[in-house]
Design a protein around this ligand. Structure first.
Ligand code: PGA
Length: 245
């Protein structure tokens, strides 16, 4: 694991952005694993600016998103397909047919799970972007998820629902389940970038980097991945031991 700690979020996201520019220009047909939530938004904004300044193209890029809520349709304000269109896909020259997100529609869940697994089995993610939940989840792989899990439907942790309720009118509206890439699918990526900012991530970040590798803190499995770079601000890094900062 490589750990990078930044004084400001601006410095953090600028460095991640520069790295994406380099990777996309070197490998225009790259397969990216993408994430939703608050964490990736500044990166997506920078990538859109980079595209507008003709520094990068997404024409040949393929993307796989980590997860989607179950039971909200694709037009719902908080659906991740809508999030991706609004925050990235709708602003760059990506071919939307090459952008994959599992469907969380109730009636077709099993079909969706099988199809997404087939797609992931047939593609290799070159560069996976991850945020981390305050409970240590990656994707929606909540504490207790087996490390060999593949695409599956999961009941969301109460902590996750409370964290995400800021984006809904009330906690009751937050879906109870999600469909997510499994931990094994995530670990199959050739390269992984994790971004975490803010004090509420400090415990999870400590567990990911210094804790025992245990399903209680799903991100701890990343200690076993051969190519992970973790970008932290000082708040998220605040619980790490001195030599790791
Ligand atoms: P956040 O979510 O980026 O909204 O903090 C991260 C996550 O739950 O993985």
């Amino acid at each position: 694991m490589t750990i990078k700690v930044f004084k400001t979020k601006e410095e953090l996201y600028s460095e991640v952005y520069e790295y994406y520019l380099k990777r996309l220009n070197k490998q225009p047909n790259i397969t990216l694993g993408l994430a939703t939530g608050s964490t990736p938004i500044p990166l997506y904004e920078k990538l859109i600016n980079g595209y507008n300044e003709k520094k990068v193209s997404f024409k040949e890029v393929t993307t796989f998103n980590l997860d989607e809520y179950v039971g909200i349709d694709s037009g719902h304000e908080q659906s991740y397909i809508r999030f991706m269109k609004e925050k990235l896909f709708g602003h760059v020259d990506i071919n939307i047919n090459n952008c994959f997100i599992p469907s969380g529609e109730n009636e077709k869940l099993e079909e969706s799970r099988i199809r997404y697994q087939e797609l992931l089995n047939n593609h290799t993610i070159d560069l996976q972007l991850l945020g981390i939940g305050s409970n240590g989840h990656i994707g929606f792989n909540e504490p207790g998820t087996p490390f060999d899990s593949k695409v599956h439907i999961i009941e969301l942790d109460e902590k996750t629902r409370i964290d995400n309720s800021r984006l809904f009118n009330s906690l009751d509206e937050v879906p109870t389940h999600a469909i997510t890439m499994g931990i094994k699918d995530i670990m199959n990526a050739k390269e992984i970038i994790v971004i975490a900012t803010g004090e509420n991530k400090a415990d999870a970040v400590f567990g990911m980097i210094e804790g025992p590798i245990d399903t209680d803190l799903p991100a701890s499995i990343l200690q076993k991945h051969p190519n992970v770079v973790i970008y932290l601000d000082e708040d998220a890094a605040s619980k790490l031991s001195k030599e790791r900062k």
